[in-house]
Design a protein around this ligand. Structure first.
Ligand code: SAH
Ligand code: MG
Length: 916
C-alpha cells in the first residue's frame, strides 16, 4: 500500500499539467463514480492533543467505478489523495495516459530500464500486480527455467512499460510486439542483475530471491491439485474450424508452459500474448507461438532505430481480426492469468460460443444483438424514435463500446441548437470519432433535431452506427462507394479507420486473392444481409384465430419465440435461441427483416412457423452446444426453424395519446365526422384516399347510406391486406343484406394518391383522413392539385393533426410507468417532434389553412374549416383539423380525356353484390 502511494505521488509530481482525476474526467466525464469511505482503524499516535470526543484522523479509501472497471485505492489520510490514487490506478490499468504527458524518447528509455529493474526487485515480488504473480509462479518451474518469465509477459501485463515503449516508438500501438524487443534491449543494460537468453525470449534474476520470500510464496494455497480450463483453438487455416480445448494445469506448473505445450512447444518463452480482448477488465487473450524471426537483431540502434519484422508462416485472419494485431499461426484463446485482485491464478472458461460472441461484438449490429441476447432475431434498428420505444443498449453506449473495441478514443458529441419548428427549442448533434492519438477520423452531423439533447445524441450515434454496420456487412465494398449510400452529412478525414478495422488491414498484408478474401470474410463477418437476400422464409404457416389486433408501424410488439436447427436426414432438432418476452418497436428494423415480415402478417394470439435454410455464422454465438451444431451443419441438409407467438401489441404513441384524452377516441371522432358529412351529401360514390387498414370504409358499412360504389386507395400493401380482411368478413361472412341495401361494389386499389388514374375518376366524394402528414410537404401539395383538378370530387374531406394541440396531448399521454421512465423530463412526446415518427410534418392551424385556401382558390373550390377533439373557439383549437372542399363547377366530359395520363392502380381486392 505504502509503495503504491509513493509511486502515485511521484507520478503526480512529474506531471503538473494534468492530475489523474482530470485524465479520467477527460475520458469518462460523469460516468466516473468516486466513492470515498472511511477506514475504521484510526491512528492513535497522531494528534493526541485533540479533545476526547473527536476521533483521531481517519484514513480514507476510494473506490472508482468506471463503465468497465472498478478499482480500489490504498488508504490515505486525505480524501483527495485517495481519489487521485484510484484514478491513477485506473489510468494504469486502462493505459489511457495522454500522449502529451509522456516524456521524450530518451527519458522514456531511462524510465523503461528503471521500471524493469523495479519489476525484478524483491519489493515488487511482494506487491499485488499481475507480473508479481507470474514471477512467483515461475519460481515453481524446474531446472534452468526456474524463476524465468517470458518477455511477452512483461510486455503485456505492465501498462507503464507499454506506454513508455509507445514514447520510444509510437508504432507500438499498431504492432504491440515491438515492445518485446525494447524490453530485450533494456534488459541488456541491466546485465549485472538480470539474465536473458539470446535464443529464448525470457528474463530472470541473476541472483535468486531471498529464501524468506520464496518460502512465503510456497506456503500459499496450492491445495487444489489440478485445474481444468476450457479454451478455444483458432487454427490459422480458415478451412479448419474453431474448436474447444481443455487445459489441465497442476498446481506445480506454470500455466503458460501448459499453453505452450498445447501449441506444440516445450517452453513458455515461445508464447506471445495479445492485448486483452473485450472489456477493459477482461483477462481474455490470445496465446500463440513467436515466429523464429522474432529473435531480434540486437545490432540496430535505439531508441530511434527502425524495427522491422518479417513474419514467416501464415496470418491467422480470424485471430488478427479479433485482436486488431497481426498474428501468425495457430492460436489458443483463453481467459487465464494473474490479476490485480489476488495472488491466485484467475481463470474462466472460454467456449466456442464465447469466441463467436467476441467476433460479432466487434460490429455495431453485433453489439446490439448481444445486448438483446437475440443473435438470430434482433437487428440494430435503423431509426431512433424515442427512448421509451428503444430496447437493448442505447446507440450512444453501443458507439462507445464499438470505439473501445477498435482502439479508438471515446466519441465526441457536440450539441447545436437548431431552428425550432415551434416556439420550443430543438437540438441537433454533431459527432466525431477520433483515433487513440486524437486524430479526427469521421465527423458527421445529421439534420434531425430533437427536443431532448440526449435524443439528438442517440440519433446521431445511431446514424453513424448504421453506416458503420453497412461497412461491416459489405466489407468488400470499397469505403468510397459506401460514401454514396449516405443520406446524412458525413466526412471521412482519415482512411486510418482501416487501421482500426484490422481485418482489412491484415488481409492487405497477407497476400490473399479476392476469392479467398471473400470466403474468409464470409466466415468471419457476422453478416445477416446475405441470409435475407438468400432464401429467406420457407413454408410459412400462421395459425390461430385472427384477433384483429395487429402490429403496425410505431407500435410495440411482444413475442415469444424459439429458433431451432434441424438436421433433416438425422431428424435431429437442436434449440439454439429462445425468448419468452421479446419486445420490439415495429417498423424500424429492430428485428431481422424476415421476422418482421412475418410478424406484420400476424395478429395477437396467433402463432407462426417458418424455416429458412441460409444459416448465419452467428448460430454459434447463440447456441451453447457448438459441437452438436457443428455436427448438424455437416449433415446433408440442415435448416433453421422459427416458431413465433405474438403475445401483445401496444399501440403507437399517437393512438395512446389520442385515447388517453378523448372519448370516443380521436380516430373514432374523425370517422364519425366523415360519416356524418357523407350521409348529408347523399353521395352515391366514395373514394377514400390513403384508406390504410380501412377504418372509415368498415364504419360506413354499419350505416344505411346512399352509397353504391365504395373504393379505397393506399400505397401500403400491408394496410390494404388488413382492410381486405376486415371488409371481407363484414361483407361475405355477415352478408346481412338489410344493413347494406345500396352498396353494389367495394374495391381496394394499391397505388399512390399523388397519381391520377382515369379508372378512379368521377367519385362524388373523397376522404383523406390523417394521410397528408405522412407525405413530404411538396407531395401533399401535389396530392391537393391532383385530387382537385383530375379526380375532382364534389366534396373532399381532408384531416391532419394540429401541431399546436400537441402540448395538450403531451400532458395527458403518460401512464405512471412512463412518468417514472422519463423522470428527467415531463413527457414522452417531448422526445419526439411529432405525434408519430412516421409523420413528415405537422401543421399549425395557420399553415393548414394556408395550404387548403391556396388549393381551393387554384381549383375553384370552396373550403370550410372544422375539426374534432377540442373546439374551434378554445385555444389551441381542434386536435385534428379538417378542411371540407366543395366544388363550385361541373366538370366537362372532355376534360376527362385530357386527363387520361394513365396511371395504373392495381386492384388488390374487390367485392360486388352480384357475386354475393
Ligand atoms: N386514413 C386511414 C389511415 C391513416 S394512416 C385512417 O384514418 O385510419 C396514413 C396512410 O396513408 C397509411 O396507410 C399510408 O400507407 C398512406 N399513405 C401515405 N402516403 C401515401 C401515398 N402517397 N399514396 C397513398 N397512400 C399513402
Ligand atoms: Mg398520421
Amino acid at each position: 500500500m505504502e509503495t503504491k502511494a509513493e509511486e502515485h505521488r511521484a507520478v503526480v509530481a512529474k506531471k503538473p499539467t494534468l492530475t489523474p482525476k482530470a485524465i479520467i474526467h477527460q475520458s469518462f466525464g460523469s460516468k466516473a463514480l468516486y466513492t470515498v469511505e472511511e477506514v475504521k482503524e484510526c491512528r492513535q499516535t497522531e494528534r493526541p492533543r485533540l479533545s476526547i470526543q473527536q476521533k483521531g484522523p481517519c484514513l480514507y479509501r476510494c473506490t472508482l467505478q468506471l463503465p468497465e472497471l472498478s478499482v480500489v485505492s490504498g488508504t490515505f489520510s486525505k480524501k483527495k489523495d485517495a481519489e487521485q490514487s484510484a484514478a491513477e490506478m485506473a489510468i494504469e490499468k486502462l493505459a489511457i495516459r495522454p500522449v502529451i504527458d509522456d516524456p521524450t524518447p530518451q527519458e522514456a528509455w531511462g524510465s523503461l530500464v528503471a521500471r524493469i529493474s523495479y519489476i525484478f526487485s524483491e519489493n515488487f515480488l511482494s506487491s499485488l500486480h499481475p507480473l508479481s504473480g507470474h514471477i512467483g509462479a515461475a519460481l515453481l518451474r524446474k531446472g534452468d527455467l526456474c524463476g524465468s518469465i517470458p518477455i511477452s509477459v512483461v510486455a503485456v501485463y505492465d501498462a507503464k512499460i507499454f506506454s513508455l515503449c509507445k514514447c520510444i516508438n509510437p508504432e507500438v500501438e499498431s504492432n504491440p510486439f515491438l515492445v518485446i524487443s525494447f524490453i530485450m534491449r533494456a534488459t541488456a543494460e541491466l546485465s549485472g542483475s538480470l539474465v536473458t537468453s539470446e535464443q529464448h525470449l525470457w528474463i530472470r534474476n541473476q541472483n535468486p530471491y531471498s529464501q524468506d520470500i520464496v518460502e512465503s510464496l510456497m506456503k500459499q494455497d496450492y491445495s487444489q491439485e489440478c485445474i481444468q480450463v476450457v479454451a478455444v483453438r483458432i487454427p490459422s487455416s480458415v478451412e479448419k474450424s474453431v474448436e474447444a480445448v481443455t487445459l489441465h494445469i497442476s498446481s506445480k506448473e506454470y500455466y503458460l508452459d501448459i499453453i505452450a505445450n498445447e501449441l506444440g512447444f516445450e517452453d513458455a518463452a515461445n508464447v506471445l500474448i495479445s492485448r486483452n480482448l473485450g472489456r477493459a477488465s477482461s483477462e481474455t487473450r490470445l496465446f500463440f507461438a513467436a515466429p523464429k524471426s522474432y529473435l531480434l537483431d540486437q545490432s540496430s540502434k535505439l531508441p530511434n532505430g527502425k524495427e522491422t519484422h518479417h513474419f514467416e508462416g501464415s496470418l491467422n485472419v480470424r485471430a488478427s481480426y479479433l485482436s486488431g494485431q497481426d498474428i501468425i499461426g495457430d492460436v489458443i484463446l483463453a481467459s487465464i492469468g494473474y490479476t490485480w485482485k489476488s495472488r491466485d491464478l484467475f481463470y474462466e472458461d472460454v467456449t466456442v460460443r464465447s469466441y463467436y460472441r467476441m467476433l460479432i461484438g466487434k460490429t455495431p449490429g453485433g453489439i446490439y444483438k448481444l445486448s438483446r441476447e437475440a443473435m438470430l432475431t434482433a437487428e440494430l434498428p435503423s431509426k431512433f424514435t424515442t427512448r421509451a420505444n428503444w430496447r437493448g443498449s442505447l446507440p450512444r453506449d453501443i458507439l462507445c463500446m464499438f470505439c473501445r473495441q477498435h482502439h479508438l478514443s471515446e466519441p465526441v458529441f457536440s450539441i447545436h441548437p437548431s431552428k425550432a419548428v415551434s416556439a420550443s427549442e430543438m437540438f441537433k448533434c454533431e459527432l466525431k470519432l477520433l483515433s487513440r492519438h486524437e486524430d479526427l477520423i469521421i465527423k458527421c452531423f445529421p439534420e434531425d433535431s430533437f427536443k431532448k439533447q440526449n435524443d439528438a445524441i442517440q440519433n446521431a450515434s445511431l446514424k453513424l452506427l448504421s453506416w458503420l454496420n453497412k461497412y461491416f456487412k459489405n466489407i468488400i465494398v470499397p469505403f468510397e462507394e459506401l460514401d454514396e449510400t449516405i443520406d446524412f452529412d458525413i466526412q471521412i478525414y482519415s482512411r486510418n479507420i482501416f487501421r482500426g478495422i484490422s481485418a482489412r488491414q491484415s488481409l492487405h498484408n497477407g497476400q490473399l486473392n479476392a476469392i479467398e478474401l471473400h470466403k474468409i470474410l464470409e466466415s468471419i463477418c457476422a453478416n445477416s444481409s446475405y441470409i435475407i437476400s438468400g432464401n429467406g422464409v420457407c413454408s410459412l404457416k400462421i395459425g390461430g384465430p385472427d384477433s384483429g389486433v395487429c402490429p403496425c408501424s410505431g407500435s410495440l410488439a411482444c413475442m415469444s419465440y424459439s429458433v431451432s436447427l434441424i438436421g433433416e436426414g438425422e431428424n435431429i432438432k437442436e434449440m439454439i435461441e429462445v425468448c419468452n418476452d421479446f419486445e420490439f418497436e415495429v417498423g424500424v428494423g429492430a428485428v431481422i427483416s424476415y421476422v418482421e415480415e412475418v410478424v406484420m402478417q400476424m395478429s395477437v394470439g396467433q402463432s407462426a412457423y417458418f424455416t429458412t435454410n441460409s444459416l448465419p455464422d452467428f448460430i454459434f454465438a447463440s447456441a451453447s452446444d457448438s459441437a452438436k451444431i457443428m455436427s448438424l451443419l455437416s449433415s446433408k441438409t440442415c435448416y433453421m426453424e422459427y416458431e413465433i407467438s405474438l403475445t401483445k401489441v401496444a399501440e403507437p404513441m399517437e393512438d395512446r395519446m389520442e385515447q388517453a384524452l378523448f372519448s370516443p377516441s380521436l380516430s373514432k371522432q374523425r370517422v364519425e365526422f366523415a360519416v356524418r358529412r357523407i350521409l348529408e351529401s347523399h353521395a352515391t360514390t366514395l373514394l377514400d384516399f390513403g384508406c390504410g387498414s380501412g377504418s372509415l370504409l368498415e364504419a360506413l358499412l354499419n350505416y344505411s347510406t346512399s352509397l353504391e360504389k365504395i373504393a379505397g386507395v393506399d400505397i401500403s400493401q400491408k394496410g390494404l391486406i388488413r382492410a381486405a380482411k376486415v371488409l371481407n368478413s363484414k361483407l361475405v361472412t355477415n352478408s346481412d343484406a338489410a344493413v347494406l341495401p345500396s352498396v353494389i361494389s367495394v374495391t381496394l386499389y394499391e397505388g399512390s394518391i399523388t397519381k391520377f388514374g382515369s379508372r378512379l375518376h368521377g367519385f362524388d366524394i373523397g376522404t383523406c383522413l390523417e394521410v397528408i402528414e405522412h407525405m413530404d410537404e411538396d407531395q401533399a401539395c401535389l396530392f391537393g392539385d391532383v385530387a382537385l383538378s383530375y379526380f375532382c370530387p364534389r366534396i373532399l374531406i381532408v384531416s391532419t393533426p394540429n401541431f399546436e394541440y400537441n402540448v395538450v396531448l403531451q400532458k395527458s399521454s403518460m401512464t405512471n410507468q412512463e412518468q417514472e421512465d422519463e423522470s428527467d423530463e415531463k413527457s414522452l412526446l417531448q422526445s419526439c417532434k411529432f405525434r408519430n415518427h412516421d409523420h413528415k410534418f405537422e401543421w399549425t392551424r395557420e399553415q393548414f389553412q394556408q395550404w387548403a385556401s391556396d388549393m381551393a382558390a387554384r381549383h375553384n373550390y370552396n373550403v370550410e374549416f372544422s375539426g374534432v377533439g377540442g373546439s374551434a373557439d378554445v385555444e389551441p383549437g381542434f386536435a385534428s383539423q379538417i378542411a371540407v372542399f366543395e366544388r363550385e363547377w361541373t366538370p366537362e366530359d372532355n376534360m376527362l380525356k385530357e386527363a387520361d395520363m394513365e396511371y395504373h392502380y392495381n386492384v388488390l381486392w374487390e367485392w360486388n353484390s352480384e357475386s354475393k
